[in-house]
Design a protein around this ligand. Structure first.
Ligand SMILES: NC(=O)c1ccc[n+]([C@@H]2O[C@H](COP(=O)([O-])OP(=O)(O)OC[C@H]3O[C@@H](n4cnc5c(N)ncnc54)[C@H](O)[C@@H]3O)[C@@H](O)[C@H]2O)c1
Length: 253
């Protein structure tokens, strides 16, 4: 059990990559708070974890709202007595389209869910980590923040902000024994956001062209990302901070 008894929040874990992270961490002994805005999806993930013998409970919160993020952090401390790891996974993208056609509302939504969420998670979690003598932030960014491509410009920029912010926080919070790392997945076709990333239904032709840009010859899975998060959450990564780990089959090389 690589994260036995650690208390871990995974935001946006009612589906997609977050669900994979929550399940994997629970399978390795973590006590997981499954967070999402969609309670029905979140409760289903909790039920699956509990059925498999793990420990999890759901907490509804919108990661863009300060009072809700504070309540989420408080809930983890109340339920599990402490908080060891905050995984900020909830994210959103505007549709793949020319930068000048993305609406102001979609820009604001993208930055609220992808970037402001990191600010709020940091503000509300850091005091808890400090009072416990340390903790670990893991932020799910994207290869989009490292190797931006046309069509997702504002999303790419939001993930670049997540990466730079995480590195800055690693430097600033290190003296408090707080680690801050990112995981950067490449495209995963089995998620809610995949058609938005692709700019339309994912036909075989589109998939084949995208796949050809990944040297290992396949897309990422939620399990690939979850395994990277598991390592960063575990004590094996005790001296790893300020790292942004690509889970991308060498796409970013
Ligand atoms: N899917 C990919 O190809 C891919 C690639 C690289 C990075 N990512 C990143 O991985 C993360 C997860 O993406 P995914 O593809 O699994 O997406 P998804 O849409 O499948 O799942 C995201 C989950 O977040 C929840 N959510 C949305 N807004 C929220 C909010 N304000 N507060 C709380 N929960 C909220 C949704 O209800 C959903 O359950 C995101 O940060 C995304 O940018 C995804």
């Amino acid at each position: 059990m690589r994260v036995k008894d650690k208390s871990i929040i995974v935001t946006g874990s009612g589906g997609g990559i977050g669900e994979g992270i929550a399940r994997r961490l629970a399978a390795e002994g973590a006590r997981v708070i499954v967070n999402d805005i969609n309670a029905e999806l979140g409760e289903k993930v909790v039920a699956a974890i509990v059925k498999a013998g793990g420990t999890a409970s759901f907490f509804a919160a919108d990661v863009t709202q300060s009072d809700e993020v504070k309540a989420l952090v408080d809930a983890a401390v109340q339920r599990y007595g402490r908080l060891d790891v905050m995984v900020s996974n909830a994210g959103w993208t505007h549709r793949n389209q020319p930068a000048l056609e993305v609406s102001e509302d979609d820009f604001d939504k993208c930055y609220a869910i992808n970037v402001k969420s990191i600010y709020l998670a940091t503000i509300h979690t850091t005091p808890v980590f400090r009072s416990q003598g340390g903790g670990s932030f893991i932020n799910i960014a994207s290869t989009a923040g490292v190797r931006p491509r046309p069509g997702l410009t504002w999303y790419n920029g939001s993930k670049g902000a997540v990466i730079t912010t995480s590195k800055s926080l690693a430097a600033e919070l290190g003296p408090d024994n707080i680690r801050v790392n990112c995981v950067n997945p490449v495209f995963n076709p089995d998620t809610g956001l995949s058609a938005e990333f692709a700019g339309g239904p994912l036909d075989e032709d589109r998939k084949a062209r995208f796949r050809a840009s990944i040297p290992l010859g396949r897309f990422s899975t939620a399990l690939d990302v979850a395994n990277a998060v598991l390592y960063l959450a575990s004590d094996e990564a005790d001296f790893i901070s300020g790292v942004c780990l690509e889970v991308d089959g060498a796409r970013c090389v």
